[in-house]
Design a protein around this ligand. Structure first.
Ligand SMILES: NC(=O)c1ccc[n+]([C@@H]2O[C@H](COP(=O)([O-])OP(=O)(O)OC[C@H]3O[C@@H](n4cnc5c(N)ncnc54)[C@H](OP(=O)(O)O)[C@@H]3O)[C@@H](O)[C@H]2O)c1
Length: 297
């Protein structure tokens, strides 16, 4: 069993403490835009210690079959499927390249979702995914719920263990989906950026309702926070990089960062954030920076 030390309960293996209802590693390796390098980078990420992979049935941005090739290679090296958390997405037509669709665009939404998961399982060479994420809400709540119902069927069959949604920045919309869901909405994957106020209210709701909040665009969208004087001081004190301090801060406030680095040095650094913990005072400093970000920069 490969594993990284989980900083929250300080044990090797999947982290239990982010939410009582969902188990997943505290960091996920993101595979967008890696094209032909996907297989190699996923192998490197897992060998370095990542335990979770994020992908999508969206050929426009993800080479999902490359993830599957990596998983097959890793199996031969003794890393079993159940040692890993594998997450994929159903991407609605609006997010797809129309010249390279993984399903028939004229089929019903339900059929699209069913075809999408079939393609994903084939690409990933696995019999199940740990999470299936709706890549973004559809144009109406009714359509979103039609897709959600199809995802519930997939979950009930055992082809997906948990369900989630991405790019949902309306707390009202999120609450409606969660309320009508027969199978729990367990994951929200959103862009973590200033323009949404870093989803403050949404994250609070997630925490109260046992929904894991996964963030992307974390470094790209927040250079002022990552390179802030306060972050630099903490980096000097803990002998870490500013990126490590920022990722550590996020994991300690219950966020699961998606990390798509192509650098082996960064992979090692990002995984090394669990050998230290920020104090309550440090978290307060970083929390204040986050809250004041909108006004101050
Ligand atoms: N649901 C959605 O709609 C959606 C949208 C976008 C992304 N995602 C997911 O999120 C994943 C991450 O994408 P992202 O856009 O957030 O950014 P990212 O791929 O993690 O890229 C972060 C950038 O920061 C750089 N970097 C510098 N120091 C780093 C460090 N210590 N660790 C990591 N990166 C460092 C990276 O360069 P180096 O490569 O040189 O390290 C890279 O250019 C994607 O692969 C995908 O799985 C989902």
């Amino acid at each position: 069993m490969i594993g990284i030390k989980c900083g929250i309960d300080n044990r090797v293996g999947f982290c239990m403490s982010i939410s009582k209802s969902v188990q997943m590693p505290p960091l996920l390796y993101g595979t967008a835009w890696k094209k032909d390098l996907t297989c190699d980078l996923v192998i490197k990420a897992i060998e370095h210690g990542f335990q979770g992979i994020d992908t999508a049935c969206q050929p426009r941005h993800y080479h999902e079959a490359g993830v599957g090739e990596a998983l097959e290679f890793l199996r031969l090296k003794g890393i079993q499927r159940e040692d890993l958390f594998i997450q994929t997405k159903y991407t609605p037509v609006a997010g797809q390249d129309l010249a390279n669709l993984p399903y028939d665009r004229d089929s019903s939404l339900t059929e699209q979702v069913m075809t999408s998961i079939r393609v994903s399982l084939k690409n990933l060479k696995t019999s199940y995914v740990d999470a299936l994420i709706l890549h973004s809400p559809l144009s109406t709540h009714q359509e979103t719920m039609e897709v959600w119902r199809a995802m519930e069927l997939i979950c009930a069959k055992g082809d997906a263990k948990t369900l989630g949604i991405s790019n949902c920045y309306s707390l009202t919309a999120l609450k409606s989906i969660a309320k009508e869901a027969k199978i729990k909405l367990s994951i929200l994957q959103n862009r973590f950026y200033r323009e949404s106020g870093h989803d403050k209210a949404i994250r609070e709701w997630c925490q109260e309702n046992g929904v894991v909040y996964q963030g992307f665009w974390i470094l790209t969208a927040n250079p002022q926070l990552v390179n802030h004087q306060e972050t630099k001081q903490l980096a000097m004190f803990y002998k870490k990089s500013c990126e490590q301090i920022f990722y550590r801060f996020l994991t300690q406030i219950g966020i699961v960062p998606l990390i798509g680095t192509t650098s082996l040095v960064h992979m090692r650094e990002d995984l090394a954030i669990f050998d230290f913990a920020l104090t309550a005072d440090d978290l307060k400093i970083m929390g204040n920076l986050l809250n004041e970000y909108k006004q101050s920069f």
